[in-house]
Ligand binder design. Structure first.
Ligand SMILES: [Zn+2]
Length: 102
């Protein structure tokens, strides 16, 4: 659920990994920037999602420090089965980043 100026929007995501990220309790109460479209039923369909710190946009990803594998969504590393860390990367520095999509 997203609250904007007193109005509450149920959130839906265009992609499964976005849905999983939006549901991550570690992001509760954080300042975020969401790009999406409001559907006719009032649901906000999220297409892009960033966290905001000091006015800069950060992309959220999940990372296994042990295996050095990045994931788009929270959960266990498929290699070592350990929980992945939430990481926030400044948007401009991640252009040629590679991602594993489990
Ligand atoms: Zn791992």
């Amino acid at each position: 659920m997203l609250e904007v100026r007193g109005k509450r929007y149920p959130l839906a995501a265009a992609k499964d990994y976005l849905q999983a990220t939006l549901a991550d309790p570690r992001l509760n109460g954080r300042q975020v920037r969401i790009e999406g479209v409001e559907k006719r039923d009032g649901t906000l369909l999220v297409e892009k999602f960033y966290t905001v710190k000091d006015g800069r946009l950060y992309r959220v990803r999940y990372y296994c420090e042990t295996c050095h594998i990045a994931y788009l969504q929270p959960g266990l590393c498929y290699c070592c089965q350990q929980p992945t860390e939430l990481q926030e990367l400044p948007l401009s520095d991640t252009d040629d980043d590679t991602m594993a999509d489990p």
